[in-house]
Design a protein around this ligand. Structure first.
Ligand code: KIV
Ligand code: NA
Length: 263
């Protein structure tokens, strides 16, 4: 089966909302593949898979390792892999070199990078050379040290024009979609109305052309989730119950039982 293509995602502007989730693991990605238009291998894997405190420590090798697992586990969705902090900001040439490595070694269909106006030149450089780029603006976790934490963007109306310019700059530079993270609804609505490519919201309201969530967050695998996450499953509680039952049965010698023994 042919995968969802970048132009197919781009053409969904203003149409049926685009569905996306993150995946970092082959077998869960196979389940997500049945419902998602694109799957994001995001650098949030540093936190949700590896216990890091931020995304800043995530390496290119780690992104490639998880990207390969997700490509192997899927066959329908477009796979988009994040460029990690420190792998693309210095120059368009550096961004191309590392994005090309990601594409060659994982087989993914596109990359994502954080930044608006300041990244427009890089978005154009990559797109013109065969690498589709999804941009990511608003709350950009790789800039958390500059911003002084995770802050919802656009609470002050005076800041709106800068965010709108960010969106226009990356759209005009060739980004095929733009993630809007952590911004107030009226700003997300304005940006979505101003750019010709789909906006994908995370903490940015239903005004966007699509939505993405971190799978582990919406499955209840994290002890805490921000307000913008809706928890659709309680996997953390299910795992706890399962391992407790296993431990009790090992201790009582109820496991392995008749069904699990070679005679
Ligand atoms: O890494 C990630 O999970 C992301 C989403 C929040 C869009 O970039
Ligand atoms: Na990310």
């Amino acid at each position: 089966i042919r995968r969802v293509t970048v132009p197919q995602i781009a053409r969904r502007k203003g149409g049926e909302p685009i569905v996306s989730l993150t995946s970092y693991h082959a077998h869960t990605a196979a389940i997500v593949d049945e419902v998602a238009d694109f799957i994001l291998v995001g650098d949030s894997l540093g936190m949700v898979m590896h216990g890091m405190e931020s995304t800043l420590g995530v390496s290119l090798d780690l992104m490639i390792m998880h990207g390969r697992a997700v490509v192997r586990g899927t066959k329908k969705a477009l796979i988009v892999v994040d460029l990690p902090f420190g792998s693309y900001e210095e120059s368009p040439a550096e961004a191309f070199r590392n994005a090309a490595r990601i594409m060659k070694e994982t087989g993914c269909g596109a990359v994502k990078l954080e930044g608006g106006r300041r990244m427009a030149e890089t978005v154009r450089f990559l797109t013109e050379r065969g690498i589709p780029v999804m941009a990511h603006i608003g709350l950009t976790p790789q800039s958390t040290n500059v911003m002084g934490g995770f802050r919802t963007q656009g609470r002050d109306e005076e800041s709106w024009p800068l965010h709108e310019e960010d969106a226009r700059a990356v759209a005009e530079a060739g980004a095929f979609a733009i993630v809007l993270e952590g911004m107030v609804e009226p700003l997300a609505r304005r940006i979505t109305g101003q750019v010709a490519v789909p906006t994908i919201g995370i903490g940015a309201s239903a005004a966007c052309d699509g939505q993405v969530l971190v799978l582990e967050d919406m499955l209840g695998l994290n002890p805490w989730t921000p307000k913008f996450v809706k928890v659709y499953g309680q996997l953390g509680a299910m795992i706890k119950q399962a391992v407790e039952e296993y431990a009790a049965e090992v201790r009582s010698r109820a496991f392995p039982g008749e069904d699990n023994v070679y005679r």
